[in-house]
Design a protein around this ligand. Structure first.
Ligand SMILES: [Zn+2]
Ligand SMILES: [Zn+2]
Length: 285
């Protein structure tokens, strides 16, 4: 499976000369199986660029599957600007955690109410089917998807995708269940162990790493991981490649370089801060 990062920023888009290399757009990831099944994970502002690339050939209808981790703005704000949803003849399935009080269709319609958006959800031209998810397993084309709740101040699902003999996990936004001292050495309790099992043996994990361990003391309860937690957990459960993502909007390209090199000194696991370079999960990396 091939993965392209169209948005790697957490919380709010941050365009500018200091975020060019890792990108300033919020969460959006394109995944393709070898057979061509298209999965988009999250639909932050990065979805605009992805959408333009998908409609570049107007003669080709686009059938895709959009997996939404949760409905915080940095994960859905690209939806009104995601061109493949506008074009009649396209077909999309949208999956997201089942809300406590309303469906995903109602939540997305709220974001596109005419008070906020010139285009309403009903005006989108593509045929869209909505799926309200809980934890479970389902098929998307030739990809098997497993969903699991994460620890975040909103109902949030992580996704594990399996196809072509490889597996990719997307775990964003997520905070460790155990508290982490500034040394970064975490005491792994039962709930973190279950989270680790979800990542176990994956060929590629794309994991929340908004903070560093030294910053975390001031961010407890905000719903995000540290780079140290992501690296230690993935190292412990035999992950093959790790992409750190949901970069803090206060972080420039140089500081992401520093985090990547500090994490490489911490573990021999292959890792990178997610950015503009595609990554491939293969059985022989
Ligand atoms: Zn987020
Ligand atoms: Zn969030």
């Amino acid at each position: 499976m091939l993965v392209r990062f169209w948005g790697t920023r957490g919380s709010i888009a941050k365009a500018g000369p200091n975020t060019i290399r890792y990108g300033g757009n919020t969460s959006c990831i394109e995944v393709r199986s070898a057979a061509g099944t298209l999965v988009v994970i999250d639909c932050g502002t990065g979805a605009h660029g992805l959408g333009q690339s998908l409609v570049a050939n107007p003669k080709q209808a686009v059938h895709g599957h959009l997996l939404i981790s949760h409905t915080h703005w940095d994960h859905i704000q690209g939806i009104p600007f995601f061109a493949p949803l506008v074009v009649p003849g396209n077909e999309w399935d949208i999956y997201a955690p089942r809300g406590l009080s309303q469906s995903i269709q109602d939540t997305l319609a709220g974001q596109m109410h005419y008070t906020y958006s010139p285009v309403t959800l009903e005006a989108l031209g593509a045929r869209i089917t909505y799926h309200d998810l809980v934890e479970g397993v389902f098929e998307v084309g030739d990809i098997t998807v497993r969903s699991r709740y994460l620890n975040h101040p909103a109902l949030t699902l992580g996704y594990r995708l399996e196809a072509d003999g490889v597996s990719i996990v997307y775990a964003c936004d997520h905070e460790p269940f155990s508290r982490q001292p500034s040394t970064g050495k975490i005491e792994i309790g039962e709930q973190d162990r279950q989270h680790a099992d979800f990542l176990r043996g994956a060929d590629l994990v794309i994991h929340d790493a908004q903070y560093t361990a030294t910053e975390y003391a001031n961010k407890i309860g905000w719903g995000h991981s540290t780079a140290e937690y992501a690296v230690d957990l993935c190292t412990a459960v035999g992950v093959k490649q790790l992409a750190l993502t949901h970069h803090d909007p206060m972080r420039d390209d140089d500081s992401l370089d520093q985090i990547a090199s500090a994490m490489r000194a911490r573990s021999s696991l292959w890792m990178a801060c997610a950015g503009s370079h595609p990554m491939r999960a293969t059985s022989t990396p």
